[in-house]
Design a protein. Structure first.
Length: 332
């Protein structure tokens, strides 16, 4: 009974590197099904160039298995097309190129080109296409602002983005739209406003932290200026954030981030030490005097340090701190 509904065949394909194999399939299927069952990982254009041959005769894919003599040996062959004729290439060469090109491609491997492009056209967090308002973080990742802020508030940021601790760690950027990109469903939708290079990962781009303009490295290199080439706002090297940079570039940005955070922390601590001393040492009456002193502080003086000149003059309670140790008034 099983014999009547199935067909047993032998299949060989030296070109595809198949060892001869025995296959039993339902008789009402076609060669097209057989082909798919044996080469599920090949893409369509390669599938289309494969055909079966029996006794030296090519068979159309629509051939029913039931129409073949049982236990036939079929060859799966690659149809050669085009190429050659110039004396430089032989069929064997072109076939090898073709095969290695397709067969070396693992089915689960993401095309590196697609991966690169998606990094430059979609939000690093949500994977959605980039739509303004767009922000970058201190490491040059690019996001749609909305999902990033939402994730930040809900504390659901993945580990890779935990360095984003608040709104101060995201900078709005201004991506220049390619005219007509939406209309033509172009894969790349943004470009350098100066050079016109596409924002697709093939060219390095920098975002300027002050104004948010995103400009190709090429344009920044060619037009030597310390002002943004678009809005003419001054920027320093530290304001340049390379977008989707290499590992080394990201490491530099990370160091810069730690450094800047260290400075902010230091500043805050200095201020705190100054304030605490004031609270401990001053009673209400003197407090008002202290504010007067602060009010006349030189414009460029650090107010906390300036205040400490007055608050540390009580020698009994005086303790050296980082913020006032170098002031002679405190020492004497
Ligand atoms: Zn600008």
């Amino acid at each position: 009974m099983a014999k009547s509904s199935t067909t047993q065949l032998f299949l060989q394909s030296p070109q595809l590197g198949f060892a001869p194999r025995s296959i039993t399939l339902s008789s009402n299927l076609t060669l097209s099904h057989l082909k798919l069952s044996q080469t599920p990982t090949l893409n369509k254009s390669l599938l289309d160039s494969l055909y079966f041959s029996f006794n030296g005769r090519p068979l159309p894919d629509s051939t029913l298995l039931s129409s073949l003599p049982s236990r036939s040996t079929l060859l799966l062959l690659l149809r050669l097309r085009g190429g050659g004729g110039d004396g430089g290439a032989t069929g064997a060469e072109s076939r090898d190129c073709y095969l290695s090109m397709y067969l070396s491609k693992k089915p689960d491997k993401v095309d590196p080109n697609e991966k690169r492009l998606s990094k430059w056209t979609t939000c690093a967090l949500s994977g959605e296409p980039l739509v303004h308002p767009v922000v970058i973080d201190r490491l040059g990742n690019i996001f749609n602002k909305e999902p990033l802020v939402e994730s930040l508030l809900k504390k659901t940021l993945p580990k890779a983005f935990r360095h984003i601790r608040g709104l101060k760690d995201m900078f709005p950027v201004n991506l220049e739209q390619i005219p007509g990109a939406e209309e033509y469903k172009s894969e790349t939708r943004f470009q350098c406003p100066i050079s016109g290079l596409e924002f697709n990962g093939k060219y390095p781009f920098f975002a300027l932290r002050g104004c948010g303009h995103v400009i190709s490295s090429k344009a920044l290199r060619e037009v030597k200026s310390s002002a943004c080439l678009v809005c003419h706002k001054e920027y320093s090297e530290l304001d340049k954030i390379v977008i989707n940079g290499s590992e080394d570039e990201v490491n530099v940005l990370r160091e810069r981030m730690e450094e800047e955070r260290g400075k902010v922390k230091e500043k805050r601590e200095k201020k705190r030490v100054g304030d605490e001393k004031g609270d401990v040492l001053e009673n209400g009456k003197k407090e008002s005097k202290r504010f007067k002193a602060l009010d006349i502080a030189p414009a460029n003086a650090n107010k906390a340090v300036y205040a400490s000149i007055f608050t540390s003059s009580n020698k009994g309670d005086f303790k050296e701190t980082y913020s006032c140790r170098s002031l002679p008034l405190g020492r004497n």
